[in-house]
Design a protein around this ligand. Structure first.
Ligand code: AMP
Ligand code: MN
Ligand code: MN
Length: 342
């Protein structure tokens, strides 16, 4: 007996609003943007949408603040992505993907120049600030790429291999290859459709989650050497010096928080990476992960960042030791309250 996967219900997932579909159908000169330090869902949704728009006969412009790391260079169409300096003024629509707040686009989006242009936001972060003129935010989707499968359907665009490779990359990276607690039948149904459309799952996993540089491993070594654990929180700090010595690419997420949260005795993990802005200001990139039952997005939001209940982050100005102690204290308080509420 065979199963017709198209019969599985997607009713609990928010469909794209009609106004959004209308804007995409009637606009021609479209700028697509995703977030700084792009991850797999940022790049995958950016390229995926571009392939959908091209199938509709449009010629989208794709822009990112930061260079793509090695892991995403295999994706179809990456050579078309431009940096902030090449972004023009005269688009008739801007679409922002996988981005929870306006500042996360970096200088690619300049409100003085672009605020007159309609801005569509397509995102799945619980901390989204609804900064667009049209916002489609679905926290029930595991990745922005999952929403774009529904967008292609709503626009009557058949899935191609290029769309499928791009979109499956976001699904794979945001779910850590279908291991996160939000991976459900809808996610696997979308994945099945992308596989049928020509995406190669093992190729995507090998290029993204299963690929790291020797430099990154050395950086992990430095982080693991000074790891600490207290009251169910495990954390480490990474100095700018150790990052520089390791030679890890600037926009490479270290991924160490994902590894730390696998420690059995820990409920929550955090990494604190020091960097210096061009002005010389000390900035700490904080990355959090939580086991089910704990919500790190709220703590990240309090410190000016955002994310999802099990994975979030923020950038905090201050000294490495001061910031890490303050943030660890906030994580401990959140954990105490979560345990008390059970
Ligand atoms: P990361 O730890 O960098 O993999 O990020 C985990 C999640 O937190 C992702 O969904 C990011 O979009 C979000 N996130 C990370 N850093 C920030 C930040 N500085 N501001 C807002 N959201 C962030
Ligand atoms: Mn992302
Ligand atoms: Mn995402």
């Amino acid at each position: 007996m065979s199963l017709d996967v198209s019969l599985l219900q997607q009713a609990d997932l928010a469909p794209p609003p009609p106004l959004l579909l209308n804007l995409l159908e009637t606009s021609h000169h479209i700028l697509c943007i995703s977030h700084v330090s792009p991850d797999g869902d940022a790049v995958g949704s950016l390229l995926g949408l571009a392939w959908i728009l091209r199938a509709m006969g449009k010629r989208p412009v794709l822009a990112l603040q930061d260079d793509l790391i090695q892991e995403f260079q295999f994706l179809p169409g990456v050579e078309e992505i431009i940096g902030p300096a090449a972004v023009a003024h005269n688009y008739d629509l801007i679409v922002c993907l996988d981005t929870s707040s306006v500042d996360r686009m970096g200088t690619v989006y300049c409100s003085e120049i672009h605020s007159q242009i309609p801005l569509i936001v397509i995102d799945h972060h619980i901390t989204n600030t609804f900064f667009g003129t049209e916002n489609w935010v679905d926290v029930g989707s595991v990745a922005t790429c999952q929403m774009l499968v529904r967008l292609a359907d709503a626009l009557d665009v058949p899935l191609t291999e290029q769309m499928a490779v791009s979109l499956l990359t976001g699904l794979v990276t945001d779910t850590l290859c279908f291991r996160t607690a939000n991976t459900d039948a809808n996610v696997l149904q979308a994945t099945l459709r992308l596989l049928v459309a020509g995406a190669d799952l093992s190729h995507i996993v090998r290029n993204t989650l299963d690929s790291r540089s020797f430099s990154l491993l050395k950086l992990w070594g430095a982080g693991l050497a000074s790891v600490q654990m207290e009251d169910g929180i495990i954390w480490t700090t990474l100095s700018a010096e150790s990052r520089q010595q390791s030679g890890v690419e600037l926009h490479q997420s270290d991924g160490l928080a994902n590894f730390l949260v696998t420690v059995r005795e820990a409920d929550i993990s955090a990494t604190f990476s020091q960097r210096f802005a061009q002005s010389g200001q000390e900035l700490i990139e904080c990355s959090f992960r939580a086991k089910p039952g704990f919500n790190v997005s709220q703590v990240a939001f309090t410190f000016g960042g955002g994310g999802h209940p099990p994975a979030a982050g923020c950038t905090v100005a201050g000294r490495l030791q001061d910031v890490s102690s303050r943030v660890v204290a906030a994580l401990q308080e959140m954990r105490r309250q979560s345990l008390a509420g059970r």
